[in-house]
Design a protein around this ligand. Sequence first.
Ligand code: GDP
Length: 382
Amino acid sequence: MVYRLRTSTFKFSLMLDDSGMESLPMDPDTSLLDSTQAEDEDKCILCSDAFCSSSSPHEQKTRPIDEKSPLRRKGCFDPYDSSEEYVGVVTLPNQVRQKAVKKGFVFNLMVVGESGLGKSTLVNSLFLTNLYTDRCMPDVSEKIARTVSITKSTVDIVEEGVNLRLTVIDTPGFGDAINNNESWKAAVHYVDQQMEKYRRDEIGLNRKNIRDNRVHCCLYFISPHGHGLKPIDVNFMKALDQKVNIVPVLAKADSLTPKDTCNMKAKILKEIDQNKIKIFQVPDCDHSNDPFRQLVLEVKRSMPFAVIGSNTVVERDGRRVRARAYPWGIAEVENPSHNDFVHLRNMLIRTNMQDLKHTTHYVLYENYRINCLCKNPCLENV
Ligand code: GDP
């Protein structure tokens, strides 16, 4: 199912690294900014500055860019300007950006957790959309008999010319049965299937239009009513942590006091560590002047994210906000002092979407591919 959605409520940050991954992993045209091969944008600028300077090689490398230099005016480069001051290397990031925007972005998000933990409400709140219009709720007897299934919904989100095709993979039935020992199997099967499909496409004839259906991130919902992780949580995360980026989420945080939330988060992290479960690690910012540095620090501090979701908009001090209203007060979804929703959204969309995709491609998929080759070295020639 594909929905189209236009929105201009918040800006997307365009991360330029590995933009070529959308269809072909090693696109030579766009691999310039691949973080494993190239330096960051600032270094490219310094480099081009050094290139055009007339001083000694050592001075060239260390000389700061002249404030008035055209190199400073990023994005305003005139290709017909024949000034001898620079060669135009500064435009390379823009070329990559244009190519990436033209191609569009793809992100596949899996949401897993027991029914009723607020998965669909949170996804709708995160992407300001309604992905579950034709959803039917099973009754108790159906739930008990039901096995875990996989459903996919896709929505195109367009903001200021940037197109993101978001696919949300849900796992209805997870944790609903009396015996949930094997609840994780359907998700593992799905993740493996998508990796295998990608691998086969990659060694196939038509590599130009590979569709990336691999799961880039799995939001795992933990109940706020337990005492830390349940066996089903540990089993699921252990089964998938080498295959997908797991981001743990403490659901329905409005049902906990701030102190309980803190204790619960600490307990979850401790149990994750004790069980040697690998969750997604947000990379550090490389530069102290990185504009996203503060956001990234807050994201790191908030893990596991204690979140509130809501499909209801209420009036608060003259503002219209997404919130859950109670007789004793209002829990605002986008208020960082009420919950970590904003930090989760920042991580997923504004600061680390490309990191999630990068890890999926260069670490998780690479491991999968190497495993396949080790099992059957002739596969590469199939
Ligand atoms: P799902 O089965 O995991 O997809 O859960 P739903 O999104 O359908 O939510 C189940 C119920 O929980 C609905 O009545 C929601 O309104 C409610 N709900 C969703 N998010 C929250 C939350 O953050 N806090 C509270 N208290 N209730 C929530």
